[in-house]
Design a protein around this ligand. Sequence first.
Ligand code: NAP
Ligand code: MG
Length: 404
Amino acid sequence: MTSKIQMSRPIAELDGDEMTRILWQQIKEIALEPFVDLKTEYYDLGLKMRDITDDAVTLEAAKAIKRLGVGVKCATITPNAARMTEYHLKRMYKSPNGTLRAYLDGTVFRRPIIVPGLKSYVPGWVKPITVARHAYGDVYKAVEMKTDQPGKAELVFTGADGSQQRKTIFDFEGPGIVQGMHNRLDSIKSFAAACFEYALEAGEDLWFSAKDTISKTYDEAFRETFQALYDLQYRERFEQKGISYFYTLIDDAVARAIKSRGGFVWAMKNYDGDVLSDMISSAFGSLALMTSVLVSPGGVYEYEAAHGTVTRHYYRYLKGEKTSTNPMATLFAWTGALRKSGEQTNNPALRAFSDALEKAAVTTIATGTMTGDVAALYGAMPEVVDSETFLKKVAEKTEELLKG
Ligand code: NAP
Ligand code: MG
């Protein structure tokens, strides 16, 4: 082995829980540290440490990502009642991803890893479809009410200058439910900008879909914001790259997507993105092949896997069994972060390493060695291995590629 690749600036490293915490360590030891002199600021977001610090560690990590420009995050447990007992928690902490997104703002891009030889459940989808989900507002920040008697529900806005706007939502003759949601125009604008930038970088068309025929003010504001920003700042660059932006209604977009070959970025409002990202990741085969990056305003990037901590595998691991848990998405979180760091610090060797490691991982599966979850998607007879064996193969291939 020749000398290791150096990093001039650290990235924020957010460790997590259960099986992915085990994978995290294996990925670093087997696939990263032999090649790169890793520089990270380490934050332990494992549930135990979140409890010890009253969750302060999560906010510290969010600040570190903002300060350093790049972060990589392991999957973490979002506590529920059962976890309260299991970990003897002081309180039921909020989802770490929720805390990070609330602090960093921005857009979550979920992109499947395409492996030649692994079939998608939608046969036409031969190229990736990246879901760009607006990570702010709408129903996720809504206030709701249940009423048990007849009455009038109203929408009232009181301006800072004291003026008022008022609209009747509904005149109830009996019990009912009401919901009030909002979004901020600056958040929508940064969502749109993140999507245009991502599409340019990927060299792929951008779709945006909403329901402005029904939601003539709310969804219309999204559509207008995208269009205005496109006309003002992006049309020319898109045309130069040979890619396009187009808006269509969400129901039309769903129908078109099914008939497409993939290979585009699909921007969606918060709820649409929540629902469709799970459908699209399942269609591409496995949650373990779905990568995720939060792009926040000001060029800040947080990379992670889309899946959770794989609890069922962890319990088997604790009993001493070797598990065949797929490290791909977590590995790609690291390569994404290292590549971005390489870009930001002008480090071509780090970028080349990220490319090589990704290529090695994809080739390992394409040539028949893989974890159990994707074996059924492989046409021929695959060799199913445990996570560690898989990573060792990937590291060997990476070394070959780097010698090149
Ligand atoms: P999960 O960890 O994604 O696992 C669900 C199932 O999907 C697994 O049991 C496994 O199926 C399969 N799977 C997921 N990732 C895999 C991988 N890398 N390799 C192989 N199979 C994989 O979801 P969950 O069980 O609903 O949630 C577990 C914990 O994760 C929860 O505490 C939740 O709060 C947390 N979570 C965190 C995040 C995050 O940090 N971003 C996201 C989601 C969930 P089989 O068991 O059938 O093999
Ligand atoms: Mg969801």
